[in-house]
Design a protein around this ligand. Structure first.
Ligand SMILES: Nc1ncnc2c1ncn2[C@@H]1O[C@H](COP(=O)(O)OP(=O)(O)O)[C@@H](O)[C@H]1O
Ligand SMILES: [Mg+2]
Length: 227
């Protein structure tokens, strides 16, 4: 892993135009949230690998935490856990979401780590389980989410791609809203349509698309589109 990849722009440079774009996305989410339809638990996903999900989820968590909200980032990619690298934490340490799911008597506090960002905590994915989808597709996940929602103001779940495994679809039915990352020159239109259908099937609330431009992220090219 190159050192460059482990740095997060919203931590490194709070005043860069890119960080400002993450704040715009934050504002859009806050506007989409209402008393009747609060957006407290939000899933970040996309059609395939390498479209920028983990990057967005992590930066969004950081700028959300700037508003003095208590924020939790969950690494929901139980197969390719990478979110922890940005917070100098190891995603596949002993405890994480997978161990909470497989042990009904465990409590989230056992696995949650604090980060270098004030008011941002991180729940790692935990060791890779043999059956991620089955583990997620359980009432135990609802229970964990309920406990976490009592402790945090805003929770972001990073996830695997929607079209590769069913994990993200399972998450989508349990969260308040879903953000789809679309990467320029990479995301295929028909795959995006497939995602829409999957999300409708799981009665998920698609709150918007985040367009991740082809130019390097340091050039800054994030846009938010309301669905
Ligand atoms: N717009 C972009 N320009 C250049 N590199 C990008 C861009 N978006 C993402 N990347 C890079 O692509 C790789 C995958 O990003 P990541 O956020 O881990 O995607 P995912 O979680 O969807 O697999 C990372 O190395 C990231 O730095
Ligand atoms: Mg990822």
């Amino acid at each position: 892993m190159k050192e460059r990849e482990t740095r997060l722009i919203s931590i490194e440079n709070r005043f860069s135009p890119i960080t400002e774009q993450y704040r715009n996305i934050r504002t859009s989410i806050q506007f989409a949230s209402s008393a009747g339809n609060p957006l407290k638990l939000v899933l970040v996903t996309s059609t395939e690998q390498e479209e920028g999900k983990t990057t967005l989820a992590s930066n969004l968590a950081v700028v959300m935490a700037e508003t003095n909200k208590k924020v939790l980032l969950i690494d929901g990619d139980l197969r390719r856990a990478t979110a922890g690298k940005f917070f100098s934490l190891v995603s596949s340490q002993n405890k994480g979401l997978s161990t909470l799911l497989s042990n009904a008597r465990s409590s989230p506090e056992e696995a949650i780590q604090s980060t270098q960002v004030k008011s941002l905590d991180f729940l790692p994915a935990g060791p890779i389980p043999p059956n991620p989808s089955e583990l997620l597709n359980s009432s135990r996940l609802d229970e964990i989410f309920m406990q976490l929602e009592e402790q945090y103001d805003f929770i972001i779940v990073d996830s695997p791609p929607l079209l590769v495994v069913t994990d993200a679809q399972i998450f989508s039915s349990k969260v308040d809203g879903v953000i789809l990352v679309v990467r320029e020159n990479r995301t295929k239109r028909n795959n995006l349509m497939k995602c829409k259908t999957l999300l409708e099937r799981s009665q998920a609330r698609l709150i918007g698309f985040v367009y991740n431009g082809a130019k390097s992220m340091s050039a800054g090219n994030y846009k938010y589109y309301k669905y």
